[in-house]
Ligand binder design. Structure first.
Ligand code: DLL
Length: 444
């Protein structure tokens, strides 16, 4: 993968040269020290971690360096759910200054809390992310990620302000206004999901605005998987450099890892988030260069520290120094997951969330199929669900009102617009083994 030779190190800015270019032995010392502090923090402040460590026969003294990490048990999204909403927080609520949330495996969201210090860490890693993408104080950053409980909008916002850029907090949607302001304000950096970037590219070409009248130079795209082909298409259509940024709310939000202009893997901010790759079946730790599930231990976070958190994202790590000069380990683009989480227009969705809403309605059977597609570069979601025999005989108007009720409950619960189609009993194919609930027609 990494075989080109051009040297970028003298031309690229680095936000925090001390940590981003530290020699790996020095980095390991920093990581080990921070890990020890983190383990003390969770052991003494979070009963869940203390119990799990005690069950494994471990105390804080068992963890002396990063080499001891493998002894510790894993943490999963289910653990966060079991301790909903604030059970894994390691500080009193009076120290939490911000709460975000993302989808859990059922109706309940995964809740994350930040102390003032965590917000400072987040701003720091986002400043690195934006600098990695060549942004600086002279840029106008149009933030078209959603603001709110989703971490995209505010994550980019704080990073943009930290580097001194002019931040445009336009949030997601309203494409006509996005294009208008991009033109009038002279936005140079676009932050949004890669699928929305493609959608915007088409909309710009239809808007009558000429490309040379826009100042756009680079995009920071993430929150969903996207391929090298999609990157090429975005770069050609928008005439910009398209940079991949990765993160998850549980770990901090965006800012966990980001590409530099070399575009050969995403630098993980491993002085804050220590990555491991495991075999998702055997749970063994795998060496650099092997594909497996990405696991993170936060080593500086205070509000919600996470120990060996299983992301379910599949990728591999590369430890060689990058041509930009950074020594931080790089992860390859994430293209798959080891669970059934879907990402639709940047929003996470588990089929079980849909199921739990459907199960509350007596008129329908829990036989359903979710069909995901991509039209005009935007994801679409359709639900086909079987109606109970007795209700299927009902008047068309009654069926239509049932359909609308299902649609409203689902949309308010999962936060994604969808099309609902009612189908006759026994028309959705039954499977002998694990039922197939999702057909994903998108090409990744
Ligand atoms: O998506 C945080 C984020 C916001 C990242 C803006 C980048 C930009 P969650 O909503 O918790 O957080 O979703 C996290 O999204 O486990 C991956 O499966 C997926 N994901 C995020 N970034 C990428 C990416 C935000 N660059 C989940 N490539 C993660 C592939 C990504 N998948």
């Amino acid at each position: 993968m990494f075989n080109r030779t051009e040297d970028f190190s003298s031309t690229m800015e680095i936000w925090n040269r001390h940590f981003e270019c530290m020699d790996r032995d020095g980095l390991k010392k920093v990581q080990s020290e921070r890990l020890r502090e983190s383990i003390e923090r969770v052991y003494f402040n979070v009963p869940y971690y203390r119990n799990k460590m005690q069950e494994a026969g471990l105390g804080p003294e068992s963890i002396n360096s990063i080499d001891d990490l493998h002894k510790l048990p894993f943490t999963t999204k289910q653990d966060l759910r079991d301790n909903y909403p604030f059970g894994l927080f390691a500080v009193p609520m009076s120290e939490i200054v911000r709460i975000h949330a993302s989808s859990g495996t059922t109706g309940k969201p995964t809740v994350v809390g930040y102390t003032r210090n965590d917000i400072a860490t987040w701003s720091e890693v986002m400043a690195r992310t934006l600098t990695c993408a060549s942004a600086n104080r002279n840029d106008f950053i149009q933030i078209a990620y959603g603001y709110g409980l989703f971490t995209g909008g505010l994550g980019l916002h704080y990073g943009g302000e930290k580097i001194g850029a002019s931040v445009i907090p336009i949030s997601g949607g309203n494409t006509t206004r996005q294009i208008q302001l991009m033109h009038d304000f002279g936005s140079t950096v676009l932050a949004c999901t890669p699928s929305y970037a493609l959608f915007l590219a088409e909309a710009i070409s239809e808007s009558g605005i000429k490309r040379e009248d826009l100042k756009l130079r680079v995009g920071v795209f993430g929150a969903e998987p996207w391929t090298e082909n999609m990157r090429r298409e975005i770069e050609e259509k928008l005439e910009i450099k398209a940079i991949d940024i990765y993160g998850l709310s549980e770990v901090i939000g965006p800012g966990v890892a980001s590409e530099c202009l070399v575009q050969e893997g995403l630098h993980v901010n491993e002085d804050h988030f220590y990555p491991e790759i495991i075999d998702p079946k055997t749970l063994e730790v795998l060496p650099g260069g092997c594909t497996g599930e990405l696991v993170f231990t936060t080593i500086t976070k205070q509000g919600l520290p996470l120990i060996r958190y299983r992301t379910r994202d599949l990728t591999k790590l590369h430890y060689e120094k990058c041509r930009c000069g950074r020594t931080l380990v790089r992860m390859e683009k994430c293209l798959g997951r080891s669970d059934d989480m879907l990402i639709i227009r940047g929003v996470n969705l588990f089929p079980s969330q849909v199921e739990s809403v459907l199960l509350e309605m007596s008129e329908i059977k829990p036989h359903y199929l979710l069909i995901v597609d991509r039209q005009n570069n935007l994801d679409s979601l359709e639900l086909k669900v079987e109606v109970e025999e007795e209700f299927f005989q009902d008047k068309i108007s009654e069926l239509e009102s049932l359909r609308q009720r299902i649609q409203h409950s689902l949309e308010s619960s999962i936060g994604i617009g969808l099309k609902v189609t009612l189908v006759e009993p026994k028309t959705i194919e039954r499977s002998e083994g694990k039922s197939k609930r999702v057909i994903d027609n998108r090409k990744f």
